[in-house]
Design a protein around this ligand. Structure first.
Ligand code: FES
Length: 360
């Protein structure tokens, strides 16, 4: 008599239990009215059954959710003090041991099945919803578009350079939110500038790239702690691709406000033609003695006389160990670039808290 492989049997049993649980959840999951108590001072009543993130957004409590609730960004971390149920396998990769001990959960993964007590940063309760009109669309290299959004209601926004907004993206099922850094300087309070790279299959970038002058959209914000510390240390910025957006906001805002801090921007791209805003930064360098601009394409090209190579290597060539204790770094770009930059800056002796970064 032949026996079935025990591993296959186990997988079949686990699969069957999973399907059964989904069916039970779908057909018997009558959760009734649930109460969410936020920070012990705000209460929301709702019908259970949705994710905590969706339930909060429906009630205009805007939790950061850069990945749109797909469980990949970790931005929607909230403390659930009561009623969250067991931690799900989909949450574990994005929560540290310490966060788990401190009852942090991912709001997009937790379903509201009963009343909950949660704790969120107080400033999230002050986040606002904005309606805006697209007043300019400009193509930039590498399928990037620059969009200028003029605010309609409310008509002004206060943000810190380096912060981002979440754009409401219409979908077949309703809407989702996607995060985009503000690229404009803080002096412009009636508009924001975005740099949007078209991502194949990306609902956020596809939607934003389809917009034209006169179209309206909604966003929420401003979010994010990738902001400049209030010190007098020198500033080193490093950007790659659309990582330039928050860095542009930081540099233009600081110089516009008359900052005397020494600022250096290392800006990398594959080709020299991909270095968008090149002329703007060149002019800024001319106008401000305390700003230095070091762009570098990866590959040498005829007519280019500046630095060439990986921008992290270029940065390493310029920085000295002597400057480490009076320097702060602000980095934004793809994760491998960020990891390399953090390693270089740490080896140079920069303190961990002086290396701020935004991976995307
Ligand atoms: S919204 Fe991205 S992990 Fe929850």
């Amino acid at each position: 008599m032949e026996f079935l492989n025990p591993v296959i049997v186990l997988n079949l049993v686990v699969g069957a239990i999973g399907i059964l649980l989904v069916i039970i959840d779908r057909f018997l999951g009558q959760y009734g009215e649930c109460r969410i108590t936020i920070n012990d001072n705000k209460e929301i009543l709702m019908k259970g059954g949705n994710s905590l993130l969706a339930s909060l957004v429906d009630n205009e409590v805007f939790i950061p959710s850069a990945c749109g609730g797909r469980g990949t960004c970790g931005y929607c971390r909230v403390r659930i003090l009561e009623g969250g149920g067991p931690v799900l396998p989909t949450e574990e990769p994005l929560l540290t041991r310490e966060q788990l001990i401190n009852q942090y959960r991912l709001a997009c993964q937790v379903k509201v099945r009963q009343s909950l007590k949660i704790e969120i940063p107080e400033e999230w309760l002050a986040l606002q919803k904005y309606r805006a009109e697209v007043i300019s669309v400009k193509p930039l290299p590498r399928t990037i578009k620059e969009l200028v959004l003029k605010l309609i209601e409310p008509s002004i926004i206060k943000f810190k350079p380096g912060q981002y907004v979440q754009i409401k993206i219409p979908t077949d099922k309703g809407f989702e939110y996607r995060a985009y850094s503000i690229a404009s300087e803080t002096k412009y309070k009636d508009r924001i500038l975005l740099n949007v790279r078209l991502v194949s299959g990306g609902i956020g970038s596809t939607y934003l790239h389809s917009l034209k002058g006169g179209d309206e959209l909604e966003f929420v914000g401003p979010y994010g702690g990738f902001v400049v510390k209030d010190t007098d240390k020198d500033i080193v910025c490093l950007a790659g691709g659309v990582g330039l957006a928050p860095i542009r906001s930081i540099i233009f805002s600081l110089l516009d406000e008359g900052s005397k801090r020494k600022i250096t921007l290392f800006y990398g791209a594959r080709l020299k033609g991909d270095l968008y805003y090149y002329e703007e930064f060149k002019k800024l360098e001319k106008d401000h003695k305390n700003f230095r601009f070091i762009p570098a394409p990866d590959t040498p090209e005829p007519g280019w006389e500046g630095d060439v190579g990986l921008i992290t290597d270029v940065m390493e060539r310029y920085l000295g160990k002597d400057d480490a204790d009076r320097t702060e770094a602000y980095l934004c770009g793809p994760p491998p670039m960020m990891d390399a930059a953090i390693k270089i800056l740490s080896n140079l002796g920069l303190a961990k808290e002086d290396i701020l970064y935004d991976k995307f």
